[in-house]
Design a protein around this ligand. Sequence first.
Ligand SMILES: NC(=O)c1ccc[n+]([C@@H]2O[C@H](COP(=O)([O-])OP(=O)(O)OC[C@H]3O[C@@H](n4cnc5c(N)ncnc54)[C@H](O)[C@@H]3O)[C@@H](O)[C@H]2O)c1
Ligand SMILES: [Zn+2]
Length: 354
Amino acid sequence: VGEKLIPKTGSLLRRFVPESGKAGKIMVVTQKRIARYYGKPLLSSLQKAGFRVSSHFLPEGEKAKSQQELFRLYRTLLALDFERRDMLLALGGGVTGDLTGFAAATYLRGIAFINIGTTLLAQVDSSIGGKTGINLEEGKNLVGAFYPPKLVISDTRSLRTLTGRDFNASLAEVVKYGIIRDPQLFRLLESQAARILARDPKLLAEIVTDSARIKALVVSHDERETKGERMILNYGHTFGHGFEQALGYKHLRHGEAVSIGMVCAARLAVKLELFSAAEAERQNRLLEKLGLPISLSGLKLATHKILCGMTRDKKKHAGRLCFVLPVKIGKVVIREDVPGGLVRKMIEEVGGES
Ligand SMILES: NC(=O)c1ccc[n+]([C@@H]2O[C@H](COP(=O)([O-])OP(=O)(O)OC[C@H]3O[C@@H](n4cnc5c(N)ncnc54)[C@H](O)[C@@H]3O)[C@@H](O)[C@H]2O)c1
Ligand SMILES: [Zn+2]
């Protein structure tokens, strides 16, 4: 993690990925918009380090994570004679990383994968933890693999060209890390909100590093999500997925849904006498300060639809909804015994309509 790392990719690869010594070719998978900003410095750095480089462009949006795009990429690799020792490099957000990582996991039974996340979401979340995959018509992320990249590079300068809404939405995940694990990170966000919103690259490097460290720590205890330890990363997500599902994944960014979800989860924890009302208030004030929504107002969303969306959530455990609830800033517990009536009430309190 750092400033101006993209132009150093070639030497970083040589230094941190010993396999790169055997690789002749690298395929850079990206989107046109991203290549316009960062393509040239990346390609010339790779060429300078001695790689033969090609580029492959994905369309924008979730449709890039499709069977069609996956197979189109396989065919491009075959046409260019990519072999086992060659490498795939993703330059982009979570969409580009997920598709490229899955292609790398499966092409010729697996070739090396490098991930350069260029959205805040990618840097603090999707590029860490090894999950790759594509969507089916039946739902998101239904096919995939755990496939760790050989190297993850997060250049915080690249966050300058994101839209304000994309950038702000992903700050919800950073607040999440503060609540579940890191009171110091939480205080940093509180005291430096203005500089973070102004995208000060040094400060961004600090919050990206902290977030990546926390995610890496949690997933390293539960690499394949079998022990439930990864569950705490779902703080705010049980409600959040309900909002996203009920809205058909439109109108709210993922991070915005998580922000409102954290408001609900914190209130629920207060109701269950696990968390203090003052700390819940502190969280909500921070979310507001970072430009995140804390209610559903204006969305005209029915509570029963949200409840339906929540129970369809794949993280459901044997028919029971699982909630990650704060007990203090920096510590959470998991509860499966929350009465349905209380869940409904929390949604109504943030503006779910009857
Ligand atoms: N693998 C995981 O563990 C994991 C975790 C969370 C989310 N995800 C996945 O991540 C995806 C969402 O990722 P996302 O929010 O990064 O969306 P995204 O990849 O679609 O990127 C959002 C938009 O920003 C553009 N963009 C990217 N970098 C830019 C830059 N530096 N400057 C200007 N524009 C830029 C992209 O072209 C795109 O239009 C979802 O598919 C989700 O399922 C995966
Ligand atoms: Zn999330």
